[in-house]
Design a protein around this ligand. Structure first.
Ligand code: ATP
Ligand code: MG
Length: 164
């Protein structure tokens, strides 16, 4: 694994006259939990949106796991997991169905998806609630399922929203 997981250089995002993210130089090592704190409106979510490919930077560079985001966006997205603030879970699926869906979307084969889903459900102590819809999960369990999604696939990097 590349030693530096996230590196940004002069990362900037403007919305009209407002500079929401101003020339951020970030360096996060692989294997590190990195908390990104700041007051409301400081530009945290905007930065995470750029790092996860949801928003294009106005200028600057981003490198994830040694890959240039602008040059190789699909490969970067294959390598990262995201747990957004709003979760965005499909509530009419069970946790098992949802994790299967995510695994297949990430391009894992069926057997690996089965194995990872079973491991994650076991880890989250949901193995005996396979038929329960996410809509009927408690808030905390839904969050864990979202975290499971972030850790699903081959994701080496996970971005966590504020709930964790
Ligand atoms: N799509 C957008 N269009 C215009 N302005 C935006 C947009 N997204 C964010 N902003 C502005 O950019 C600034 C940074 O917002 P951002 O959501 O990144 O802050 P934050 O640090 O995540 O704040 P919070 O702690 O409240 O979540 C704010 O002034 C916000 O109003
Ligand atoms: Mg925010």
């Amino acid at each position: 694994m590349n030693e530096i997981a996230i590196r940004t250089e002069q990362l900037t995002r403007r919305f009209g006259a407002l500079t929401a993210v101003d020339s951020v130089d970030l360096r996060v090592n692989a294997g590190q939990f990195f908390g990104f704190l700041g007051p409301n409106g400081a530009g945290k979510s905007t930065t995470i949106k750029m790092l996860t490919g949801l928003l294009a930077p106005s200028s600057g560079r981003m490198e994830l796991l040694g890959l240039d985001f602008q040059r190789d966006p699909i490969e970067v997205k294959r390598q990262i997991g995201v747990v957004p603030e709003g979760m965005g879970l499909f509530e009419r699926l069970t946790g098992s169905e949802y994790l299967h869906f995510v695994g297949r979307m990430y391009g894992l084969d069926r057997a690996t998806t089965e194995k990872r889903t079973a491991e994650l459900l076991e880890f989250m102590q949901l193995a005996d609630r396979q038929k329960t819809l996410i809509a009927d999960y408690s808030h905390g369990i839904a969050e864990e399922t979202g975290a499971g999604r972030g850790g699903d696939s081959r994701a080496s990097d996970s971005f966590f929203g504020r709930t964790f």
